[in-house]
Write a protein that binds this ligand. Structure first.
Ligand code: NAP
Length: 310
């Protein structure tokens, strides 16, 4: 039986693991399907304190893992399938196998949101992708027109990265102002290889018959006018959905599936704590996720200390 299991291996998960490891709780970290979390798919992280020159996202996560393991955290490459919070120790199902734990820290993060088009789904990995860092350098995108959808920091970051490979990068946004932070928005609009296409949504990805991306159909949200934009790649960067499916019905969530913390990092289930993007649709930063991971670990430590006393 485990003292504390940390579900997820992003900033929140590794920080929770570091703190619970230093409290001698020997936490077990379940990596989930994407070890290191979403930050491993980004390039340079410029806003994590302590790295004035920026730090590669993958490197940051590797360092966090090493730091947690140095104090006794254990890592297993498992994915949580189901939970039973009806009694303590809690029962978990991990890759079909049962596991028991006295306390749980949920740090499952969030995944890329999809446009929801059938053609998008059919052409995934055939020109449709959700990660420029992972796929941007593929030969099929070299010196080709590319499309990024979204108006947030992610879309701006993806577009800037893709200017290294594409002949031109169209940034399709459904409004006429970017949601991105001012510094990112200014950089994006000043980049001569990025062409914003305002007030537009992608209504179809072409060409399913050819089994590759040759363009996108666009609709202007103001005029209703339709057009086709030729491109070899569609990079969707329209935000995220929380990875909370296994907890549905077991823990309080809002209507979008984000876990609702009760007080600090506690949830409505005593002994279950939450940290990071699976509970935060407001800040969603690496540093805030790390802070929440720390808070969850301290709460878990206090919970276990008082549970052992009684
Ligand atoms: P986001 O800020 O939620 O932006 C999502 C964008 O996608 C918005 O512009 C939104 O349009 C658009 N969108 C949403 N659903 C859409 C749909 N169905 N069709 C078309 N467009 C759609 O998400 P994000 O850019 O992934 O950023 C998430 C968080 O991570 C933010 O807090 C951001 O600051 C942070 N982040 C920071 C950095 C950095 O600092 N280096 C890099 C990446 C992300 P509307 O604007 O109209 O809502």
């Amino acid at each position: 039986m485990e003292n504390v299991v940390v579900i997820g291996s992003g900033c929140a998960g590794w920080t929770a693991a570091l703190y619970t490891a230093r409290a001698n709780l020997k936490p077990l970290v379940l990596t989930g399907r994407q070890p290191g979390g979403l930050l491993t798919t980004t390039t340079i992280v410029e806003n994590f304190p302590g790295f004035p020159e920026g730090v590669d996202g993958f490197e940051l996560m590797t360092r966090m893992q090493k730091q947690a393991e140095r104090f006794g955290a254990r890592t297993t490459f498992g994915t949580l399938e189901a939970v039973d919070f009806s009694r303590r120790p809690f029962r978990l199902t991990v890759d079909g196998e049962p596991m028991e734990t006295e306390a749980l820290i949920i740090a499952t993060g969030a995944s890329h949101r999809h446009l929801g088009l059938e053609s998008e789904h059919k052409l995934e990995n055939k020109g449709v992708t959700y990660c420029a860092t992972c796929d941007g350098a593929l030969p099929m995108f070299r010196n080709q027109p590319l499309v990024v959808v979204g108006g947030g920091d992610s879309a701006c970051e993806e577009a800037a990265y893709l200017t290294r490979f594409g002949s031109v990068v169209y940034l399709i946004h459904r409004r006429d102002t970017l949601r991105a932070s001012k510094i990112m928005a200014d950089r994006t609009l000043a980049n001569p290889k990025i062409k914003p296409v305002w007030d537009s949504v992608v209504t179809d990805v072409l060409d399913v018959k050819l089994d590759k991306v040759t363009g996108v159909k666009l609709k202007n949200t103001k005029s209703g006018a339709e057009s086709v934009l030729d491109c070899a790649g569609l990079f969707v960067a329209i935000g995220h959905v929380p990875n909370t499916q296994p907890f549905k019905g077991s823990i309080d969530m809002d209507e979008n599936g984000y876990i609702v913390p009760k007080r600090g990092a506690a949830t409505n289930v005593p002994g279950v704590f939450v940290a990071g993007d699976c509970a935060d649709h407001v800040y969603r930063q690496a540093v805030t996720a790390a802070g929440m991971g720390c808070a969850a670990a301290i709460e878990a430590e206090r919970f276990l200390a008082s549970a052992l006393r009684t």
